[in-house]
Design a protein around this ligand. Structure first.
Ligand code: F58
Length: 865
């Protein structure tokens, strides 16, 4: 029908001039040169690596855009149910290499091409005088996230496209991503990450897609004499006090071996063209503009907290801006098919990534009641069938709450609607549990007190049909602790588990091409089908004792370790190893993740101190370095991660790590048998180098605090072994790979409460080992540094040791001892564990995870060519 509206002549011209994807080296080179000379307005004479990166990216983007358009046309024509993934964070990292791996040279019918897109571009770039490696290095990370939650969203959009699911991501286009971390004198210093400095070839600015968003103002009700408790049955009008514009920026998300290219839509804010004439007429031209310009600050910067909610007004503004723009866009698309409102939940599923997008629940109710004039009950039925909510933490300080006063000023009509949602909900609870008034007050969305607060998690649960945790243990914990009352009210069907996953394209194929090709060669899988069907990896098991294969497996690991050494030496300017040929004997022990007390980097560094003190003791007793090595074989402990800028204890932990590193690395008597390194500015592209290089990685959170963890999965996928607590996804990793292949230690989550209680009443004494370590960190001891670390030491010794370092320390040292023994005395045993881990890691592909969401929560199906 649309086609017929276009005049024949025009249609013929369009058909004759169809833009084609490049599918040959020649065609790529032509595109490249085209972009250098026109898009970049440069020439052969000033085409440097940066220009080559931009020209390559633009060329590849052209291919993606053509498939993006086709995918959207296909989806519009079939009009299936779609899912929208709302996340304030998408920690994408670099796009080019990923786009090359996913580059789809298939024809329109989806017939597979035998050409490897990445190789084709590599050749083209090489012909033009560049090295693909150097070109890839030019790209800044899209670091629009803090840590696990944001990276999960990035893995999810990859799997949605790969599985041909009709899904879009919605987020914000921050101009500044997570800050860049500098280490100066051992301290973290934050510097701005202006990632858009050289324009961004991966985004398509949709300047035609503009959505006005309102804030502040007041609510007007025409029928002023209506009864108070009647008000929800009638629509109200919100007279806004401030308006800004949301502009859409689209990032194409290609699937692997698929024609599907999905869309990630990020909103940027800009001023309206409305104008304050009152001010202007007063001759106050300057000021009438200044206020307008403030609009841009809404999407200027990502809040840099991980597992902590700060409660700033601008943050709430970001949230509403994004929720309102996204919902408007979703509804506009729904309205195209002219269906009745009751079919909305049959066409639309919206996933709330944590509570940050919970305002969209309220916004949809407002649109349906105030603007579309649906009765409250009908509207609410649509809302709850549409939304579902993922929880990522049980920690109190990370649960989002907003002061009623602040909220009511920014969003007066939304506050009323929340009161009404709460009123109806509490009524239903009272009806179901007539004699439990305590329950009714406990589950209220409004937390009473001297400053009343809105509990966003409760609102998200009440507004959703499914609530999920991100690993089995975590999903159990939310049902029995923070959301216990809701589990009782709603019964067992509403609370489910979907264990997290990661994309093997980025975390195996892209990060570790060496291991990838060893796998495809061994499995005789030329087309890398195992990256789609990870159960094929189980076939690796039969090589776990094959000497030749062990050697190849080990060679890959050593190669990746040297690449990490190169990175660290480049970043720090210090030589880390003097003899690269001995790297095989050095165990790489890695802990990279956000710095947080609950993740217990402090326990790891205390373990390093313990090792150092023991080595020194042995040397002091006259033992030779060879004798020492029998017990403490060569090892490098790597740390990396950012602290929230306002998190004092986490920053102190970073300083302690660097202080310890300084002493140990400069102690000549150690003869290189132990080193400690802090890798500055940990991010996605560094993770791609760090993770494949690990022999052992640390996932040692206090039991019950890490909801899932996802880097644990990445390390296992790269043949690293884990040392960890019985926490988060470690539990299921152990089940999948076998308990012989992981070093578990420490107390269980069910004992945490009692252990904490014991600390409060001074019933616990610290183990001697830890006492010795802590002594070395205060006063003028080796790591004392003018008593700088006293607060850290005191938090454990005298302030209740909330994260139970003292309860797990000995058990941790025990596990580390076992690690040393196996790595150094029985390397084949170690390699066998490594191979068996990879063989059984398949469950943790985000493809499996997205399929579970699609089938059990969203009720959507793939749309294939
Ligand atoms: C993380 N949460 C969990 N939150 O800590 C981790 O266990 C889990 O694997 C991951 O989510 C994915 O499910 C997390 O990263 C945040 O960073 C929020 C950012 C915004 C403020 C509140 C914390």
């Amino acid at each position: 029908a649309i086609d017929n509206a276009i005049p024949l002549q025009a249609r013929n011209i369009w058909n004759k001039n169809k833009v084609e994807k490049f599918t040959t080296v020649d065609a790529f080179e032509k595109r490249f040169i085209d972009h250098v000379e026109t898009t970049l307005a440069r020439s052969i004479y000033n085409c440097d690596d940066l220009a080559a990166y931009q020209a390559t990216s633009n060329s590849v983007r052209d291919n993606l855009t053509l498939d993006l358009n086709k995918t959207q046309q296909r989806q519009t024509a079939r009009d299936p149910k779609r899912c929208y993934y709302l996340s304030l964070e998408f920690l994408m990292g670099r796009a080019l290499d990923n786009a090359l791996i996913n580059l789809n040279l298939n024809d329109d019918k989806g017939e597979p091409s035998s050409t490897d897109g990445r190789k084709l571009v590599e050749k083209g770039v090489h012909d033009l005088g560049f090295k693909l490696e150097d070109v890839l290095e030019q790209e800044p990370d899209a670091a629009l996230g803090n840590g696990g939650l944001g990276r999960l969203a990035a893995c999810f959009v990859d799997s949605m496209a790969t599985g041909d699911y009709p899904c879009w991501g919605y987020g914000l286009r921050y101009q500044y991503g997570i800050f860049a971390q500098k280490i100066i004198n051992g301290y973290q210093v934050e510097t701005p990450d202006y990632w858009l400095n050289y324009s961004n070839p991966w985004e398509i600015e949709r300047s035609e897609i503009q959505v006005p968003v309102s804030f502040y103002g007041y609510v007007s009700r025409s029928d002023s004499d209506s009864k108070e408790d009647d008000r929800t049955l009638r629509p109200s009008e919100w007279i806004a006090g401030e308006r800004v514009i949301a502009v859409a920026y689209d990032m194409p998300i290609p699937g692997f071996k698929s024609n599907t290219v999905n869309n990630l839509r990020l909103w940027g804010s800009k001023p309206t063209t409305e104008f304050d004439f009152a001010k202007f007429n007063r001759g106050d031209y300057q000021n009438s503009l200044v206020e307008q310009q403030r609009a841009e600050s809404i999407t200027a910067v990502l809040y840099p907290n991980d597992n902590f909610e700060q409660g700033k007004e601008l943050r709430l503004k970001q949230q509403y801006f994004w929720c309102s723009a996204s919902l408007h866009d979703i509804i506009r698309r729904f309205k195209k098919s002219r269906r009745p409102w009751c079919e909305f939940p049959d066409q639309v599923a919206i996933q709330l990534n944590d509570t940050h997008p919970t305002l969209s629940v309220v916004e949809l109710q407002r649109i349906l009641v105030d603007l579309e004039h649906l009765p409250w009950g009908e509207a609410w039925d649509i809302v709850t069938k549409t939304f579902s909510y993922t929880n990522h933490t049980v920690m109190q300080e990370a649960l989002e709450k907003w002061p009623v006063s602040l909220f009511g000023r920014l969003l007066p009509r939304h506050l009323e609607i929340i009161y009404d949602i709460n009123w109806f909900f509490l009524q239903s609870v009272e009806k179901k549990f007539p004699h439990d008034m305590d329950l009714v007050s406990r589950v209220s969305i409004i937390e009473e007190g001297k400053d009343r607060q809105i509990r966003m998690a409760y609102l998200a649960i009440i507004g959703s049909h499914k609530v999920n945790g991100v690993a089995e243990l975590h999903s159990e914990l939310i049902k029995t602790t923070i959301f216990k009352d809701f589990a009782k009210i709603y019964g067992n069907d509403k609370f489910i588990n979907v264990t997290n996953g990661i994309t093997p394209r980025r975390w195996l194929r892209q990060a570790n091409p060496e291991l990838s090709s060893l796998i495809s060669e061994t499995l005789k899988d030329k087309g890398d089908e195992y990256l789609l069907d990870m159960s094929r990896l189980t076939k690796l098991s039969k090589y776990a004792e094959d000497k030749k294969f062990l050697k190849k497996w080990d060679d890959v690991k050593q190669k990746k370790k040297l690449q990490l050494i190169d990175l660290v030496e480049k970043l720090t300017g210090h030589k880390l190893v003097s003899d690269r040929s001995k790297i095989h004997d050095v165990l790489f022990d890695i802990q990279v993740k956000r710095i947080h007390e609950y993740k217990r980097q402090q326990m790891n560094i205390f373990g390093c101190i313990w090792r150092y003190l023991q080595i020194k003791k042995m040397l002091g007793e006259g033992k030779t370095i060879e004798e020492v090595k029998e017990i403490y074989p060569a090892k490098i402990s790597f740390f990396g991660g950012k602290s929230a800028p306002g998190y004092y204890m986490a920053k102190l932990i970073i300083k302690l790590i660097n202080t310890v590193a300084d002493v140990i690395n400069n102690d000549k008597s150690l003869d290189d048998i132990f080193k400690v390194v802090f890798i500055p500015d940990y991010n996605v592209s560094k993770a791609e180098i760090i993770i494949p290089a690990s022999d052992l990685s640390e996932h040692i959170s206090t039991a019950g605090t890490e909801a899932s963890g996802t880097s644990n999965m990445k390390f296992v996928m790269n043949g690293g072994l884990l040392i960890g607590t019985v926490d988060g996804a470690n539990v299921e990793i152990t089940r999948e790979i076998g308990e012989d292949n992981i070093f578990l230690f420490g107390n269980l989550s069910e004992n945490v409460e009692e252990l904490r209680f014991n600390h409060r009443f001074r019933k616990t004494s610290l183990p001697e080992s830890l006492n010795e370590v802590l002594k070395s960190c205060v006063g003028d001891a080796v790591f004392g540094n003018n008593d700088e670390f006293r607060p850290l030491v005191d938090s454990i010794k005298y302030q209740g040791d909330y994260y139970l370092v003292s309860d797990d320390f000995e058990s941790y040292l025990g596990a580390q001892k076992l690690v040393d023994e196996i790595y150094h005395n029985n390397r084949n045993e170690w390699l066998k564990k490594s191979i068996l881990s990879v063989a059984n890691v398949g469950f943790f592909s985000s493809d499996r995870c997205i399929q579970e969401y699609a089938e059990t929560i969203w009720n959507i199906e793939p749309v294939k060519v």
